[in-house]
Design a binder for this molecule. Structure first.
Ligand SMILES: Cc1cc2nc3c(=O)[nH]c(=O)nc-3n(C[C@H](O)[C@H](O)[C@H](O)COP(=O)(O)OP(=O)(O)OC[C@H]3O[C@@H](n4cnc5c(N)ncnc54)[C@H](O)[C@@H]3O)c2cc1C
Length: 383
């Protein structure tokens, strides 16, 4: 794909076509899509490192998540289908590896696991494995595992170390103006329209920003800027393990695919790092890893895959999922005519980045509302 030339109107003092609030996946993926379609775009990001994309496990798991048939499953499946082309585009724009790995996901069951939700989907491949067939797919599962669902089309992406850097580089190179460290303090409005964004930007002596259109994509912090978009934080703690010297060959690791358990997921990266996630806590924006959180991850991971008990702890971290009352994202129009929304992606925001960028660009630039958008309107949340 050819990159659009930098237009003179993307200079800082000229009003851009679109101003985006946020520095996470939704902000960056949509900024890039808008820019590649010819719009001038400015991104105002308080702190890109606090984005959930730096915390997530990177599973692309519409089937393993057991989503009920309906618009959300549809949205997730469509986004999963976009992933190979979307990541190939990022790679060709930047020359960087995106970390996309279509490795499939295995969802093991214990004898006491409640029956899984309806996991079959009309168009997707799924298989129940046990005994020899399961052993061949993945050796070394815990003795209590009685079988597993195998979803060969689910996948993963190394979001922290590969995808986010590749996307950020593509955004930088595309000519998007990215103001890092700039916090939007207030969305000024008059007669049903945004008139300006007030920021803390002292560096450029430009605290007021204006644009033709605005996009609010501030993740778990969205609700603090706009009451009509009630998104709240759901904390998750994660950690990474790496094989201790010599252990890998002894126990037949590494894992060949993601293991998706009931209170744990185990996500092996291609270089041998193993990500364990994640707790689910309603503790507002309380930072940090706790003993109980790490205990849960290790206990469940070792139950599922005992050999992990011999691994070394490489790192621990945490992040905030942007949650809504019905666990669905808010996409498209807002109560303000020139403000759009892309937030509340909760547990599936890494998966949903490509489809969100596409749908939002269609909406913002062409006023085209995909039929799927209907299910994700802000009005459904009753404010
Ligand atoms: C523990 C955990 C595990 C996860 N695992 C997965 C997974 O396996 N698969 C999957 O698909 N998804 C997963 N997710 C979900 C996914 O990470 C999120 O849904 C997605 O990253 C949200 O992206 P976002 O852009 O909406 O928000 P964020 O990435 O949180 O970005 C919000 C950005 O807005 C900025 N901001 C906030 N307020 C302001 C302001 N006033 N002014 C300027 N900037 C502001 C912040 O600094 C931040 O950079 C996980 C999330 C967590 C936390």
């Amino acid at each position: 794909m050819t990159q659009p030339a930098l237009r003179p109107d993307v200079l800082l003092n000229v009003m851009p076509d679109v101003l985006i609030i946020g520095g996470g996946l939704m902000a960056l993926a949509t900024a890039l899509e808008l820019r590649l379609r010819g719009a001038s775009v400015t991104v105002l990001s308080r702190d890109r490192t606090e984005a959930a994309a730096y915390a997530a496990a990177g599973m692309l798991a519409p089937q393993a998540e057991g989503l009920e048939p309906g618009p959300m499953l549809e949205l997730c499946l469509r986004s999963r289908a976009l992933y190979p082309d979307w990541t190939a585009k990022l790679e060709s724009l930047t020359g960087l590896d995106s970390g996309y790995w279509p490795c499939g996901i295995l969802r093991p069951a214990f004898a006491d696991t409640p029956p899984p939700p309806e996991l079959q989907n009309r168009d997707c491949r799924v298989e129940w494995l046990e005994g020899e067939a399961l052993e061949q797919r993945q050796a070394g599962l815990g003795a209590e595992v009685v079988g597993a669902w195998w979803f060969p089309e689910d996948a993963q992406v190394d979001n922290r170390r590969r995808l986010v850097p590749a996307l950020a580089a593509a955004v930088d190179q595309s000519g998007v103006i990215w103001r890092e460290g700039v916090e939007v303090i207030k969305i000024h409005q008059c007669q049903g329209e945004v008139t300006a964004l007030e920021t803390n930007d002292l560096e450029t002596n430009k605290q007021i920003y204006q644009a033709g259109h605005y996009l609010l994509a501030a993740g778990a912090w969205t609700g603090g800027l706009l009451e009509a978009a009630p998104v709240t934080p759901r904390k998750g703690q994660l950690m990474a393990l790496r094989p201790a010297l010599g252990v890998e060959s002894e126990i037949g690791m590494p894992l060949g695919q993601v293991l998706f358990g009931d209170r744990i997921y185990i996500v092996p990266r291609q270089d041998g790092l193993i990500v364990l996630g994640a707790t689910s806590e309603q503790v507002d924006f309380q930072p940090g890893n706790t003993a109980a959180g790490i205990h849960q991850l290790l206990t469940e991971a070792i139950r599922l895959c005992p050999a992990l008990g011999h691994y070394e702890i490489a790192e621990t971290w945490w992040g905030f999922r942007p949650e809504t009352a019905d666990e669905l994202p808010i996409l498209g129009p807002s109560p303000l005519a020139n403000l759009s929304l892309a937030s509340g992606h909760y547990r599936n925001g890494v998966l949903l980045a490509p489809i969100t960028a596409q749908i939002l660009a269609d909406w913002i630039l062409e006023g085209k509302a995909a039929p799927l958008l209907q299910a994700f309107q802000w009005e459904r949340l009753g404010l």
